[in-house]
Ligand binder design. Structure first.
Ligand SMILES: Cc1cc2nc3c(=O)[nH]c(=O)nc-3n(C[C@H](O)[C@H](O)[C@H](O)COP(=O)(O)OP(=O)(O)OC[C@H]3O[C@@H](n4cnc5c(N)ncnc54)[C@H](O)[C@@H]3O)c2cc1C
Length: 439
């Protein structure tokens, strides 16, 4: 059988492109052999920025794609993938409006989702925020459109002079165009050791499906790579990696202390850059300290609520109890909390360079042990703003597209360049442009 477009990977990027492409009248074949395993979309917080969406405007925001772009460039100076950044900024509100208005996705603008590096409230998700719930909605939406055919066996792909031949189980199909959307390489130890040696052997809290297999197809076909050492780190991951606290606690006033009870980093550098900083502490762990008033603001934060359910959050009526429960020296803890109070009151400046402490922490205290993890790789196949994969000379490889973790991300180099929400922003923003470029 023939198909207009074969998409390898039914995650955030692949399913989004499928939805837009079918709405444009294209016949889509969506192939994913790991549908019974949670992918990164299902594991994610599901939070994505869309500056200028109808939902955000209705909430009274005067945000704009330019403002998001400015935040991105300020957060990751010299590390932005300018091939796609502006296009993604302008596509994101259109992609979000398409999901909420055309597809009736149950998306909301989240007025309480503060995020390091973002100067405006601009995150969207289902409520309560959850990647798993968003993923489930996308899955059922893809199943309901007759122009999307879902296949669940591995594809053997052969590039032809015109298009592609795919063998998927007993199905054989000819596709005019192919979209590589199989995610990144965080679960491929050999690739991590080669491209991100500093994280070789580190905890990976992303999906085991991130094996780099669709990126390998692009490489085989001559693609250029970009930003291969870039990754999304997670410095708020509970040890073991099953749960995490989410990114908002420092912005609301919390801090991190090592086993000696000492702060070691400006916590507002963002959850990604925090990962290597936490890993560098004794035992690779830190105690994230906050209070009940901050917890009260995390009711809609799905990741945090899961951590609470998993028993990862300690409650302590005072610092003596917190010290007894965690083994962190009481005297150091008292000194650190007092220092944080003086920064919050504007009585002293943080020598670590953190700009804002939001408020003074008051009992009862809350705390949770965290470590650093590699969540998602950001480097990949270099594309133009329409998602066409570029070769070593910068020319588009005919009919080959890439998006999501398989494609070069929005900003790279280590963990520092990942502005919260960049993963889904690229999947949906670049996905929107790519889907318009399919024929
Ligand atoms: C812990 C964690 C938290 C995160 N939180 C956020 C967040 O809040 N906001 C945000 O913006 N981003 C977040 N991300 C990143 C986000 O999940 C990714 O950017 C996004 O899922 C990328 O989409 P994708 O489609 O490329 O990958 P995925 O969603 O992982 O989908 C890839 C799909 O490809 C399939 N596949 C793999 N190989 C093949 C193959 N050879 N053939 C066919 N199919 C294949 C896989 O089975 C998978 O279903 C988070 C990631 C993690 C791990």
């Amino acid at each position: 059988m023939n198909t207009d477009v074969a998409i390898l990977g039914a995650g955030a990027a692949g399913m989004f492109v499928a939805l837009v492409a079918q709405a444009r009248g294209l016949e889509v074949t969506l192939i994913d052999p790991h549908v019974h395993q949670a992918n990164n979309f299902a594991i994610s917080g599901g939070l994505f920025p869309a500056a200028g969406s109808a939902l955000q405007r209705a909430a009274g925001s005067a945000d704009s794609p330019q403002a998001w772009l400015q935040d991105l460039r300020q957060f990751a100076p010299g590390m932005v993938n300018e091939n796609i950044a502006s296009a993604v900024a302008h596509a994101l509100p259109l992609a979000t409006d398409f999901l909420s208005q055309t597809c009736a996705a149950p998306l909301h603008f989240l007025p309480d989702m503060v995020a390091p590096g973002h100067n405006q409230l601009r995150f969207h998700c289902v409520v309560p925020a959850s990647g798993a719930a968003m993923h489930a909605w996308f899955r059922q939406a893809c199943a309901q459109y007759p122009r999307i055919r879902c296949l669940t066996e591995p594809a053997k792909v052969q590039r032809l002079a015109q298009g592609f031949e795919l063998r998927v189980g007993s199905d054989q199909l000819l596709a005019r165009q192919i979209v590589l959307a199989g995610g990144g390489f965080g679960a491929n130890p050999e690739m991590v050791a080669r491209y991100i040696p500093g994280m070789a052997g580190a905890l990976h809290n992303g999906s085991p499906t991130q094996d780099g297999s669709t990126m390998a197809l692009g490489i085989e076909w001559g693609a250029q790579l970009w930003g291969m050492d870039g990754y999304q780190g997670q410095g708020h991951t509970n040890p073991g990696g099953a749960t995490r606290l989410g990114m908002s606690i420092p912005t609301l006033g919390g801090f991190l202390a090592n086993r000696q009870g000492l702060r070691f980093v400006a916590e507002d550098i963002g959850p990604s850059a925090l990962a290597p900083a936490v890993l560098a502490q004794a035992g690779g762990v830190a105690l994230e300290v906050f209070d009940a008033a901050i917890e009260a603001q995390l009711g809609n934060h799905g990741a945090y609520q899961q951590a609470v359910k998993a028993g990862q959050v300690i409650t302590a009526p005072d610092l003596a109890s917190l010290s007894a429960q965690t083994g962190v020296d009481l005297h150091s803890l008292q000194q650190t909390v007092e220092a944080v109070r003086s920064f919050a009151m504007g009585q002293a400046r943080d020598p670590l360079g953190r700009q804002s402490f939001a408020r003074e922490l008051v009992p009862p205290f809350k705390a949770s042990w965290v470590t650093g993890a590699l969540s998602h790789t950001q480097g990949g196949l270099l594309t133009c703003a329409d998602g066409k994969v570029l070769d070593q000379q910068g020319q588009a490889i005919p009919n080959v597209f890439a998006v999501g973790g398989c494609a070069a991300g929005l900003s790279g180099r280590g963990a520092e360049g990942y502005l919260p929400g960049n993963g889904l922003a690229q999947a949906f923003g670049l996905g929107w442009r790519l889907a318009q470029a399919l024929s």
